[in-house]
Design a protein around this ligand. Structure first.
Ligand code: PLP
Length: 535
């Protein structure tokens, strides 16, 4: 393909995408194919010689589209939204076109600097605790009284922390070596040592938090007792999370080779301090070493919220790393009325949210903030000669902030989308989804055969037919098999629930009514069949 053909085909592709999204309603939500459907439709071997572009595009319709689940369909209510918007698509297009790999500042300065600025913008849009944001003398010196007070409180909290936490905070050095209390050059230069990075997924953010927390705890234990071996400490580490936390916490535990305790929740499906405290006490009595708590704001199962204040106080007292996963719910903090949910976030050492879920960014785009960037860098820093550059002491090198070396120019889509919508436009989108969830919940409440489980605060409604788990499994199977609507289940405190997430970008009141009527129709059939079988 030469330049001229690329211009033509590129324009055609934009038309193809715009038509696809405009007419998505005409399609089934879920495909009707069986596993292995694609292999017989494609040649066994890759083509030896070049093929015509028209033929390739014909095969998209013939072979690929039949196997697509249409996440942008107005009747798609599964999981959480898959963010998408035209400015975001264009941002990714430019990123692909530039074809850069931004692992260090020198590898493409704009890639690194725009990313830092975008994380800063979003952190401020969400009113995250200032400790997560890098210090900016032009901005922070002009901050409001409120923020100055918050900063002072945070500084006081830091001062109050105990000798062990002093040990832990003094282990930092840009390239990961232990300094025995020396404050690094970078630390001396800025009051704030927080910052943010874009990673590929929430799972990656949680893994990275766990790696940082693990290194920090092992290092502090080794400093306290130099004879203690890393392997011996590792074998005793324990992470805590709720049983409703996303399975990626458990997976991070597998990768990091640490125990993960999945703790019970209260009647609001929230992890409480008392439960955590009792488990920590029991573990310490067994000689184990608690090192991390991963709390959730907006659980995947039912969008419940752990009690960050209670958990945070315990983490501070026990010197545990406190990570907070707000993969979905974090976007709601753009709106002041939902910020009550993040009460207690000031205790967190790290926080993640996915703009590629609920902030109109297409995949992938996960934001991760950390209060002490050196704790992260210590866990992940290696420094071969071919990656070094002369600005390394002054610049951010994101290769030290995550698992991957090579990184896409993800911040372009954030920049394009935030500027195109404005914060007000993004808030409007969030508020509409929250309003529509309430509309859907009120429709469910009009029919006494159903019940709602949990609170409806954001864009998720969890409901079920009053009756057995099996009955609800049958209902969901019937709905999903129809191809008219798509939802997924969850289990909370042994109750099988059906999750209805408001997902489509332009979701409307009509969409809520249509979904409700489809659910009613299928419920009628399922109940009739169920009763007949039981007689
Ligand atoms: N955390 C929460 C609360 C989630 O809802 C999800 C996915 O839905 C994840 C983590 C994992 O997200 P990712 O697919 O970005 O790894």
């Amino acid at each position: 393909m030469d330049d001229e053909e690329f211009r033509r085909r590129g324009k055609e592709m934009i038309d193809y995408i715009a038509d696809y999204l405009k007419n998505i309603n005409d399609r089934r939500v879920t495909p009707e194919v069986e596993p292995g459907y694609l292999r017989p439709m494609l040649p066994k071997n890759a083509p030896e010689s070049s093929e015509k572009w028209d033929n390739i595009m014909k095969d998209v319709e013939r072979a690929i589209m039949p196997g697509i689940t249409h996440w942008q369909h107005p009747r798609f209510h599964a999981y959480f939204p898959a963010g998408n918007s035209y400015p975001s698509i264009l941002g990714d297009m430019l990123s692909s076109g530039l074809g850069i790999v931004g692992f260090s500042w020198a590898a493409s300065p704009a890639c690194t600097e725009l990313e830092t600025i975008m994380l800063d913008w979003i952190g401020r849009m969400m009113a995250l605790p200032v400790g997560f944001l890098p210090f900016d003398p032009n901005r922070d010196n002009k901050d409001s009284d409120d923020e100055e007070e918050e900063e002072e409180e945070e500084e006081e909290e830091e001062e109050e922390s105990s000798p062990e936490s002093d040990d832990e905070s003094s282990e930092n050095n840009v390239h990961g070596s232990i300094t025995n209390g020396e404050t690094s050059h970078e630390q001396k230069q800025s009051r704030h040592i927080g910052g943010g990075v874009l990673l590929g997924s929430a799972s990656e953010c949680i893994l990275v938090a766990m790696l940082a927390a693990r290194t920090k705890k092992i290092t502090s234990k080794r400093l306290a007792d130099p004879l203690m071996e890393d392997g011996h400490i590792l074998a005793r580490l324990v992470c805590y999370t709720s049983k409703l936390a996303h399975s990626c916490v458990e997976k991070a535990g597998l990768i990091c080779m640490v125990r993960v305790r999945q703790l019970g929740v209260d009647e609001h499906f929230s992890l409480r301090g008392k439960t955590l405290e009792e488990c920590i006490r029991a573990d310490k009595e067994k000689g184990l070493i608690p090192f991390l708590v991963s709390g959730t704001l907006g659980t995947t199962s039912c969008c419940s919220y752990d009690n960050l204040e209670e958990i945070g106080e315990i983490c501070q007292r026990e010197k545990l790393w406190f990570h907070v996963d707000g993969a979905y719910a974090g976007s709601a903090f753009l709106c002041e009325e939902y910020r009550y949910i993040m009460k207690g976030l000031q205790y967190a050492d790290s926080f993640n949210t996915n703009p590629n879920k609920w902030l109109l960014m297409n995949f992938d785009c996960s934001c991760f903030w950390v209060r002490d960037k050196f704790a992260l860098i210590n866990a992940m820093s290696v420094d071969p000669l071919y990656l070094q550059h002369k600005h390394a002491q002054k610049a951010v090198d994101y290769r030290h902030w995550g698992v991957a070396l090579s990184r896409r120019f993800r911040s372009l889509k954030l920049w394009f989308t935030i500027r195109s919508y404005g914060i007000e436009g993004l808030r409007h989108y969030i508020r509409e989804h929250c309003r529509l969830a309430k509309v859907f919940a009120s429709l469910i409440n009009t029919d006494s055969r159903f019940e709602i489980i949990g609170d409806v605060t954001l864009g998720l409604v969890c409901f079920r037919l009053k009756g057995s788990n099996k009955l609800n499994q049958k209902l969901l199977l019937s709905l999903n098999d129809s191809g008219f609507i798509h939802m997924v289940p969850s289990m909370v405190n042994d109750i099988y629930i059906i999750r209805f997430a408001v997902c489509a970008k332009y979701a409307s009141d009509d969409d809520m009514s249509v979904a409700f009527h489809i659910i009613q129709e299928h419920s009628k059939d399922v109940l009739t069949e169920y009763r007949a079988q039981r007689v």
